[in-house]
Design a protein. Structure first.
Length: 388
């Protein structure tokens, strides 16, 4: 019977016109945004074209390539016949003429990075020439210079902030937060709607209150999982298409796995309580008195995940709160993104949540059973628990 209720709830929510329209808009916004942004991002990564006069400056080409690589400058060298009045052609940033000792660079507009590359190339060319004149080996000198690097040891706390890691963790916890909020709202409105319309009285004639609540939670859970996939998968796909995943230090598989695991556990921890407490009121207008403290219960761990973890990922407070079921769904993914949580801590947090969920289910079931048939004003939590 619970499975039948869950399937009905899932089908009703998923196939509703509002859900189909909102999901379609989400896909269009994410995919359309990625397609629109792609040409601009590709345009920003185009190489700078430098024209080099074949007759006078061709010996500088290998030095230009080396200098550009050393300065992490994307340079494309094109050999041309500069003529008597050198000027860069369309699409080129500049044209280089003259001997290696004193080359002349003609720019279309100011480009300090290109000037620095040409300057470094000219110096390297002159240095190699002088070493050769003295009977030395330029290649050997170059290797010796490259090897002459200091051995750096960082002591103390550097307090380096990894923006990419922070962004990856924030995306996971914020998407998780909104999906959980949406799930809780759907369950609460469904419970109050059935209660105010007296439909629940008909349903309870054939099923037990706990079975009815369990079916609703399971159905909305499947619906929310689809919603989460609709939101999260396109975002990951867009990030991959735009090339963000190549520069991200955090593996995408780790992010998706953490999201999936803690979505299920977070849904069970929060949403079951939302469903049970929603039975305390009989009108949609009164839901706010129930949602406000519950929303606060979700906002606190979200803010701690965003502000506490990046500043103190290994602190005592962070480690302890990681094992609290109401905080774990947000703190564990963020600490995992920063790489500051051990496998043992993660497993322990999962186990504690799994042990806590049956207890919360029992509490929510008793509250729901004791309050769902009450048609008066708001019922007290203690009274509903005793009657259940």
């Amino acid at each position: 019977m619970m499975w039948l209720i869950a399937k009905r709830e899932f089908r009703t929510r998923t196939m509703s016109k509002a859900n189909l329209i909102s999901s379609g808009i989400m896909l269009v916004v994410v995919i359309g945004g990625a397609l629109i942004a792609k040409p601009f991002l590709d345009g920003e990564s185009e190489a700078t074209v430098l024209e080099v006069d074949t007759a006078t400056a061709a010996p500088l080409i290998p030095y230009l390539d080396s200098a550009a690589a050393a300065q992490d400058f994307d340079l494309e060298v094109v050999e041309v016949d500069a003529g008597e009045e050198p000027a860069p052609s369309e699409g080129a940033a500049g044209v280089l003429v003259g001997p290696a000792e004193q080359p002349q660079l003609y720019l279309g507009d100011g480009n300090d990075a290109l000037v620095s590359v040409v300057h470094g190339a000219a110096q390297a060319a002159v240095l190699d020439e002088r070493i050769s004149d003295l009977g030395g080996d330029p290649a050997g000198v170059g290797d010796a210079l490259a090897a002459a690097t200091p051995d750096v040891t960082v002591v103390g706390d550097t307090n380096d902030f990894d923006g990419q890691t922070f962004f990856a963790g924030v995306v996971v916890v914020i998407v998780l937060f909104f999906v959980l909020i949406q799930s809780a709202s759907v369950i609460m409105m469904g419970v109050v709607e059935e209660k105010s319309s007296r439909v629940v009285e008909v349903l309870l004639a054939t099923v037990r209150p706990a079975t009815l609540l369990g079916g609703k939670v399971l159905g909305v859970g499947m619906y929310s999982l689809v919603q989460a996939a609709t939101m999260f998968v396109p975002l990951v796909g867009a990030a991959w298409y735009l090339g963000f995943m190549d520069t991200l230090d955090v593996p995408a598989g780790l992010l998706v796995t953490n999201f999936a695991v803690w979505f299920v556990l977070g849904f069970a921890v929060f949403t079951i309580l939302f469903g049970g407490l929603a039975a305390l009121v009989s009108r949609q207008e009164d839901i706010g008195s129930i949602t406000t403290p519950m929303m606060f219960l979700m906002m606190v761990p979200l803010y701690l995940a965003i502000y506490l973890v990046p500043n103190n990922p290994d602190g005592t407070a962070t480690v302890v709160l990681t094992q609290v079921p109401f905080f774990a769904p947000f703190l564990v993914p963020m600490r995992a993104a920063f790489g500051t949580i051990t496998t043992g801590e993660t497993v322990l947090a999962i186990v504690i949540c799994l042990v806590t969920i049956p207890v919360l289910t029992w509490i929510a079931g008793r509250v729901y059973a004791g309050a769902v048939l009450n048609t008066g004003g708001r019922m007290k939590l203690t009274e509903a628990f005793k009657r259940g």
